[in-house]
Design a protein around this ligand. Structure first.
Ligand code: BTN
Length: 328
């Protein structure tokens, strides 16, 4: 018995008896009971009441594969293959490992309800409980030299913030190179991975993790930094905003941003970066070194500029190092 049909039935948040579930899914009550007892995916609470049935309090906001494919068919720039999973190790790993190359002009998108080994930057684990947040990766071919890659993760960050703003959230910022922050807490992150060479071009995988519903609880205990989600930071329910709507808006903004990036490179995004810059004027330390300085901003290739205490300037490249705000 597959878990997805069971979750789709319980997604409405109402009680369903074992008999009703069995009838709907064409299995015995015992199979339903066994499946439920084997444990639901990480992050799903199940309320079981004897004589009443089963329910997931608050319901589930599941990704709608059909609707997403439908939207992509008329909104994606060119040919797109959408891969959706209930559970996967990592959407980035899937696109990096399972496809040896990405044909020019074809974009692969992978989204999952949950990741069992979500990857963060600098080898960290990305907490990815079932159905609570967005975990999506986009793979595409990029030709040309390495300089075209340097501003890429920054502009994807801009696209993600613009998508969030489209739903009325404000105060969302970008912590260089690509952490999404709101009120000093991390709302999401971007992981860019690539393989290839200047001669053959690159297979680029851009992974976005955006916390949507996640609240303090067992699953989020493992996160070792201050974090938030749209629901927590917005102090409100999402109402009729679904994860599907956020995902589609995110993809739309990313497609448009990548198209503009092709034309202008990062220099065409400098003003928008300055509007969203979380670190501007803050004192930061370059991780793994004893260097620190005040953030002056970014330069036209996306590198971070610092003014050090000795008066000298320091340029830090994304991908090489990270920085930590000293007053975090
Ligand atoms: C960060 O550390 O800030 C980057 C987090 C990136 C997480 C996303 S979730 C979708 C994609 N798949 C992964 O395994 N990681 C990225």
């Amino acid at each position: 018995m597959q878990i997805r049909p069971l979750l789709e039935l319980l997604a409405d948040g109402n009680f369903h008896s074992g008999q009703e579930i069995g009838e709907c899914l064409g299995v015995s009550r015992t199979s339903v009971w066994k499946m439920v007892n084997a444990g639901l995916p990480l992050g799903i609470d199940l309320d079981v009441q004897k004589g009443v049935g089963y329910r997931i309090p608050g319901g589930l906001d599941l990704l709608d594969e059909e609707a997403i494919n439908h939207w992509l068919a008329s909104n994606a720039p060119g040919k797109v293959c959408y891969h959706q999973f209930n559970e996967i190790e990592s959407t980035n790993a899937y696109l990096m490992d399972s496809m040896h190359s990405v044909d020019e002009g074809v974009v692969h998108i992978c989204a999952a309800e949950m990741q069992t080994d979500g990857r963060g930057r600098r080898g960290k684990v990305w907490c990815s409980p079932f159905g609570q947040n967005l975990y999506v990766s986009i793979a595409f071919h990029l030709s040309g030299g390495g300089e075209r890659l340097s501003g890429l993760s920054l502009v994807v960050g801009i696209a993600v913030v613009q998508a969030i703003e489209a739903f009325g959230f404000s105060g969302v910022k970008l912590k260089w190179p690509n952490d999404i922050y709101v009120h000093d807490e991390k709302l999401g992150g971007i992981l860019v991975e690539l393989t290839g060479s200047p001669a053959d071009g690159w297979k680029v995988v851009v992974g976005v993790g955006l916390n949507v519903y996640m609240k303090d609880g067992e699953v989020s205990k493992s996160i070792d930094q201050r974090w938030t989600s749209l629901v927590v930071s917005g102090g409100r329910d999402l109402g009729n905003i679904s994860r599907n709507a956020v995902l589609l808006c995110l993809l739309d903004c990313i497609f448009k941003t990548l198209a503009q990036y092709e034309l202008s490179g990062f220099s065409g995004f400098m003003d928008e970066w300055h509007r969203l810059d979380y670190l501007q004027g803050k004192v930061v330390q370059v991780l793994g070194t004893d260097k620190s300085g005040v953030v002056l901003g970014v330069q036209s290739d996306g590198a971070l500029r610092l003014r050090m205490s000795n008066g000298g300037n320091l340029v830090v490249n994304a991908g090489e190092v990270s920085v930590r705000a000293l007053l975090d």
